[in-house]
Design a protein around this ligand. Structure first.
Ligand code: TRP
Ligand code: SF4
Length: 337
């Protein structure tokens, strides 16, 4: 039996940060041997909220793929593509939209959260930001088309995407019922244990909060950002005993990026007041830089030959279209269109 198809996507947010790496990318890399993986940049999904900010879209998409490749997503194992290059996904999206009841999408809690975010940001986008465009309402339907076009059986996602995936399962079932077929299986989520990586300021790590460390940051930038990490706020002088458990960001980064012995040593020295926060973060910066050095080196090499990267993407788009066309032939047939 062949490997099952696995589908996952990321919106084209531009250069990825260490949270993406620890949370999603290492997982994606590890899944490549077990499954036939389809990894795509969800550029249409990006437009559901950023339709009025497209000036960097092309570069953002490329940056996402560059990060994937440097982190070990292997084009010989996985299919890497842009969603918008696979027109069959749009076709399937239309067909699925015909059978999706409005209230299924309207009650999607993830969508409700997104609308809230847009509302909060009202001030910094164009005037009169529509709270819920037609395209955004269709977010989970488009996501279903992404998955179902590739006949995805497994979808690695974070908890925030589970509600969407539940709708996908409902839509797949409804399609089968209406058209009396068993064409679609109900794709299963594959949840990842995501170590929550906070931004240097202790808030959620994210590009829009400017508190993130990018996979592609150079050593100097990384070191500088690490120096901004929040530590034990109650500590006044460097020989005061510290509290690693109250060290909001720096010690957490140690736990995520440093070997266990180092973590123990840091904990012990901190508690004894034998370690100043500045030195501690200097060491942390070095640990992170060492860890990402090979990835960054690979990225710089890829940057020297962008046409090769573009070839990889074009090949992936072709492969993905072929796979989707197989599905769409069956779908058109089932729908009698
Ligand atoms: N909505 C996902 C996110 O924001 C991205 C995405 C789009 C996706 N289509 C998908 C993920 C299909 C998995 C499968 O992270
Ligand atoms: Fe955190 Fe290190 Fe400072 Fe202790 S010494 S509070 S672990 S940064």
């Amino acid at each position: 039996m062949g490997k099952a198809n696995l589908v996952s996507g990321m919106r084209s947010t531009g250069k990825l940060h260490l949270g993406h790496y620890m949370g999603v990318l290492t997982n994606w890399v590890n899944l490549q041997d077990e499954f036939n993986c389809f990894y795509f940049v969800a550029d249409w999904h990006a437009l559901t909220t950023k339709y009025d900010k497209t000036e960097n879209l092309k570069q953002d998409k490329l940056d996402v793929v560059l990060d994937w490749l440097s982190c070990g997503i292997n084009p010989e194992k996985s299919t890497i593509y842009y969603q918008s290059k696979v027109l069959q996904i749009a076709e399937l999206h239309i067909l699925l939209s015909m059978i999706t009841p409005n209230n299924w999408v309207e009650r999607d809690p993830t969508l409700k959260d997104m609308v809230k975010i847009i509302k909060n940001k009202d001030g910094d986008t164009t005037e009169n930001v529509p709270l819920l465009n037609y395209g955004l309402l269709g977010y989970p339907v488009l996501m279903s088309a992404d998955i179902m076009a590739m006949n995805g059986a497994v979808v690695p996602v974070g908890v925030d995407q589970l509600a969407h995936l539940e709708i996908t399962r409902d839509i797949a079932r409804r399609f089968n019922n209406i058209y009396k077929t068993n064409l679609f299986n109900e794709p299963k989520p594959r949840l990842t244990e995501i170590p929550l990586l906070k931004g240097v300021d202790g808030q959620k790590m994210g590009k829009s909060f400017q508190n993130d460390i990018k996979i592609s940051d150079d050593e100097e930038t990384t070191a500088k950002k690490v120096m901004q990490c929040i530590t034990d706020r109650s500590r006044a002088r460097k020989d005061d005993p510290g509290h690693p458990d109250k060290c909001e960001v720096a010690f957490n980064y140690y736990k995520i990026f440093a070997p266990e012995e180092t973590v123990k040593q840091v904990e012990c020295e901190c508690k004894l007041g034998q370690r100043g926060c500045a030195d501690c973060k200097k060491q942390l910066g070095k640990i992170i830089n060492d860890k990402f050095a090979p990835i960054r080196q690979k990225r710089n090499e890829l940057l020297k030959d962008i046409s090769k990267v573009e070839d990889i993407i074009n090949d992936g788009c072709k492969k993905a279209s072929l796979e989707a066309e197989k599905t769409l032939e069956l779908v058109r047939n089932a729908v009698n269109i």
